[in-house]
Design a protein around this ligand. Structure first.
Ligand SMILES: [Zn+2]
Length: 656
C-alpha cells in the first residue's frame, strides 16, 4: 500500500515528517490507530513502547491485531501490521514499561515529538515529567466512550499534564463501608474487600467486619449486646481473628460464612444502636429462612440474558454457594487470588454478596451487568472514538513539526454535534500554572499525617509514589544535616521502612524528595496531626504555596476561542482520571485507554455510576457546556458515564 501524503503537506513539513524521530507510548486502542496514521502520513522513524500483550477482548477495536496474535506483544505485532501499510518506515518496537530506568532524560531527548496513547494516570504523569525534563513536546490524548480529547504540552509554553488539579479519588470512609452503607456502591466495595479478605491479599484497611471504633456508635452498647447474644459458633466480632483464618478453619463453609456475614455481623451492628437512630436499621438474614420474592422471580422469566436479570435473594443465595465453591477450588490451586471482573466466579461472588448486603440495608439491588460496570468502572471502548482521536493527534503533530506550536489546540470530541453543528470543540492551550506541583520552578506540597503511626514505607509508597507520581524517590530531611531518609539505591535505607516517621522528624519539618529519573524535585512540608479520620493515612493540604481553588470557568469562555486573554482552568484528557491504583508502573493488563478506572485497587473506590433515577437527557448544548466547563477529570469522567447511559442517542454525526 502506498504511504505518505506527498503533495498534501507543504514541502518543508513533508520533509520534517519523514526526517523526524518520534516516540509513541502505548499500542492499544488509540495507539494502533495512531501508528497506522503515522506511517500513512509518511513518518519514517518511530519508537513504540508498550508493556501489554494482546488480549482477545482487544480485537474488536485494535485493528492491527488478529486472533492469531493473542498473547503476543502489542508493540511487536503493531509494528509488523503497520509496516504492511508502509514498508519503508522504521519502527523500533519495545515490549517494555515506559517507566523503566533506561527510558531516561537522554532517551527522550532523541525525539522531536512524543505522543501518548496511554490508559492510566501513573504512566501519563511519568511521561509528562520526562518530556518536561527533556524539553520535548508531548501530545497527550485520551478517550472514554464517545468522548475524546487531545492536547499539546510544551515546557514553559503550555500547561503540563499535572498543572490542573487532578481528580481527588472518591474514597469512602471505612465505617460507611463496614457499618452504614447507603448506596449500592458501598455494598460493592464491601464485597470486593470481602473477596480480598477471604482469598486475596489481606489488607487491614479492607476489614469487612463491623467497625467498633466508629465514632458515631456506642461501643458499650455493642459490647453489652454481644455478651447477651453471642453467636454459638464461628467468629464473634469481638475476637479479632482474621476473617481469612476463621473462614479457612471452617473450610469456607457456605452456611457458616453466610451466618457470620449476613446474620451475626448484622446483629452486632444493630447493637451499636446509635447508628440507627436516624437510619433504617439493617435486617439480619437467616440461612434457613430466606425472604420469598415470587413477584420478582416471575417477572424475570422473560429475561434471557443472565447478566441483566434482577436477582432475588434466593438467586443470590445459590450464586453465593456456587461461587464460593468455585473460588475455594481456585484458591486451593493458585493460592492468593486477585479479584478480576472477568473471572466468572469472582464476579458472581461480588454480585451476590453485594446484593445480599444491599437487601439487608434496604438499598437498591443491581444486575450482575450493572455491578460489573460499577465494580470494574468500565466505560465501553468505541473504536471510532479512538480513530478520531488518533487523527487529531496527527493534526496537532503536524503543527508542532511545522513550528506552529502556538497554533496547537486542545481539542474535545463530543458525543453529538453542538448548536454550531460541530462535533469538536477547540480551545487555545493554557499557560503553565505557576503553582503547579510539577512544572513550577520550586514545587512544594504540604501534607498532614500522624508521625507516630505513619511508617517510612507509607511515606514512600502511598505519598511519594502513588500521590505524587514518583517512580524511585530519594528523600532528605532538611534538618541541617541533610539526613537521608529514603534512598532509591537498593539496600541503603530499607531498615527505615517500617519505622515510624516520629523517629526521624518533628512536625513542621521539610523534606526534599527527588526523583532522579524524572528530574523532579518536590519540597514537602510535614505537619503532625493525630485527628485524621479513621482509615485516612494522610491529607494533602496543598500542592503549592497557594491552596485557593481556582474559580470554575464558564462555558462561554470556551466557546469563544477567538477572545484573546480568556482565562481558563486547565482541562485534562477525559480519562486522566485513570489510575492503576497502586501508583506503580503502568501494568494495566486490562487493555486500554477506553476503560476509565476511577477505581483504585487500594482502598479508594470510584464514584458510583449515576443512578438511573437521576438520568436526564442532555442536549448537545448541555454536553458542550458541561464538558467544557468541567475543569476536573472527575467531572469529565462523570460526564462520560452520564453519556454512556444515554443509549438512545447513539448517533455521532460528522460533518462532511
Ligand atoms: Zn504543570
Amino acid at each position: 500500500m502506498a504511504a505518505g501524503i506527498r503533495g498534501v503537506l507543504p514541502e518543508d513539513v513533508a520533509e520534517m515528517v519523514s526526517a523526524c524521530r518520534v516516540l509513541v507510548v502505548g499500542a492499544g486502542g488509540i495507539g494502533c490507530e495512531l501508528l497506522k496514521n503515522l506511517v500513512l502520513t509518511g513518518f519514517q522513524d518511530i519508537v513504540l513502547v508498550d508493556l501489554d500483550t494482546i488480549d482477545v477482548s482487544n480485537l474488536n477495536r485494535q485493528f492491527l491485531f488478529h486472533k492469531k496474535h493473542v498473547g503476543k506483544s502489542k508493540a511487536q505485532v503493531a509494528k509488523e501490521s503497520a509496516l504492511r501499510f508502509n514498508p519503508n518506515a522504521k519502527i523500533d518496537a519495545r515490549h517494555d514499561s515506559i517507566t523503566n530506568l533506561e527510558y531516561n532524560r537522554e532517551f527522550y531527548m532523541q525525539f522531536t515529538l512524543v505522543m501518548n496513547a496511554l490508559d492510566n494516570k501513573a504512566a501519563r504523569n511519568h511521561v509528562n515529567r520526562m518530556c518536561l525534563a527533556a524539553d520535548v513536546p508531548l501530545i497527550e490524548s485520551g478517550s472514554g466512550g464517545y468522548l475524546g480529547q487531545v492536547s499539546v504540552i510544551k515546557k514553559g509554553l503550555t500547561e503540563c499534564y499535572e498543572c490542573a488539579p487532578q481528580q481527588a479519588q472518591k474514597s469512602y470512609p471505612g465505617c460507611t463501608i463496614r457499618n452504614t452503607p447507603s448506596e449500592p456502591i458501598h455494598c460493592i466495595v464491601w464485597a470486593k474487600h470481602l473477596f480480598n479478605q477471604l482469598f486475596g491479599e489481606e489488607d487491614p484497611d479492607q476489614d469487612v467486619s463491623p467497625d467498633t471504633a466508629d465514632p458515631e456508635a456506642s461501643g458499650d452498647a455493642g459490647q453489652a449486646s454481644m455478651n447477651s447474644d453471642k453467636p454459638n459458633d464461628g467468629l464473634t466480632s469481638m475476637e479479632r481473628t482474621s476473617t481469612r483464618t476463621w473462614a479457612e478453619s471452617t473450610d469456607y463453609n457456605a452456611q457458616k460464612l453466610f451466618k457470620k456475614l449476613f446474620h451475626d455481623d448484622i446483629k452486632y451492628l444493630l447493637s451499636m444502636d446509635k447508628l440507627w437512630t436516624k437510619r433504617r436499621p439493617p435486617v439480619p438474614l437467616v440461612w434457613e429462612n430466606l425472604p420469598q420474592e415470587e413477584d420478582l422471580e416471575q417477572s424475570q422469566e422473560s429475561i434471557v440474558l443472565h447478566d441483566q436479570k434482577q436477582l432475588s435473594i434466593k438467586d443470590c443465595f445459590s450464586m453465593f454457594k456456587d461461587s464460593l465453591e468455585s473460588i475455594k477450588q481456585l484458591y486451593k490451586e493458585r493460592g492468593e487470588l486477585m479479584w478480576d471482573k472477568d473471572e466468572d466466579a469472582a464476579m458472581d461472588f461480588v454480585t451476590c454478596t453485594s446484593n445480599i448486603r444491599a437487601y439487608i440495608f434496604g438499598i437498591a439491588r443491581n444486575t450482575r451487568f450493572d455491578i460489573k460496570s460499577m465494580a470494574g468502572n468500565i466505560i465501553p471502548a468505541i473504536a471510532t472514538t479512538n480513530a478520531i482521536v488518533a487523527g487529531l493527534v496527527v493534526m496537532e503533530a503536524l503543527k508542532v513539526l511545522a513550528g506552529h506550536i502556538d497554533k496547537c489546540k486542545m481539542v474535545f470530541l463530543y458525543r453529538t454535534v453542538n448548536d454550531k453543528n460541530k462535533l469538536f470543540l477547540t480551545c487555545s492551550l493554557d499557560k503553565p500554572n505557576p503553582k503547579c506541583y510539577v512544572c513550577a520552578s520550586k514545587p512544594e506540597a504540604t501534607i498532614k499525617l500522624n508521625l507516630s503511626t505513619t511508617t517510612v514505607k507509607t511515606l514512600e509508597d502511598r505519598i511519594l509514589k502513588q500521590e505524587f507520581g514518583m517512580i524511585a524517590p530519594d528523600v532528605e530531611i532538611e534538618d541541617g544535616r541533610a539526613s537521608i531518609l529514603i534512598s532509591s539505591e537498593e539496600g541503603e535505607t530499607e531498615d527505615n521502612n517500617f519505622k515510624m516517621l516520629s523517629n526521624f522528624m518533628r512536625s513542621g519539618v521539610q523534606l526534599k524528595a527527588d526523583d532522579f529519573l524524572q528530574n523532579y524535585q518536590l519540597t514537602i512540608n510535614i505537619t503532625d496531626c493525630d485527628t485524621l479520620p479513621d482509615g485516612v493515612e494522610f491529607e494533602v493540604v496543598s500542592r503549592s504555596a497557594d491552596t485557593a481553588p481556582q474559580p470554575e470557568q464558564s462555558s462561554e469562555d470556551l466557546k469563544d476561542e477567538s477572545q484573546p486573554g480568556t482565562s481558563r482552568n486547565g482541562i485534562q484528557t477525559s480519562n486522566s482520571s485513570n489510575t492503576n491504583g497502586n501508583g506503580q508502573a503502568p501494568d494495566d493488563d486490562d487493555d486500554d485507554e477506553e476503560i476509565i478506572m476511577l477505581d483504585d485497587e487500594d482502598k479508594t473506590e470510584s464514584t458510583s455510576k449515576i443512578p438511573v433515577s437521576k438520568k436526564r437527557k442532555l442536549s448537545s448544548e448541555d454536553l458542550v457546556s458541561t464538558a467544557a466547563s468541567s475543569s476536573t477529570p472527575a467531572k469529565k469522567a462523570k460526564m462520560a458515564q452520564l453519556n454512556q447511559q444515554d443509549d438512545e442517542e447513539d448517533l455521532v454525526v460528522l460533518d462532511d
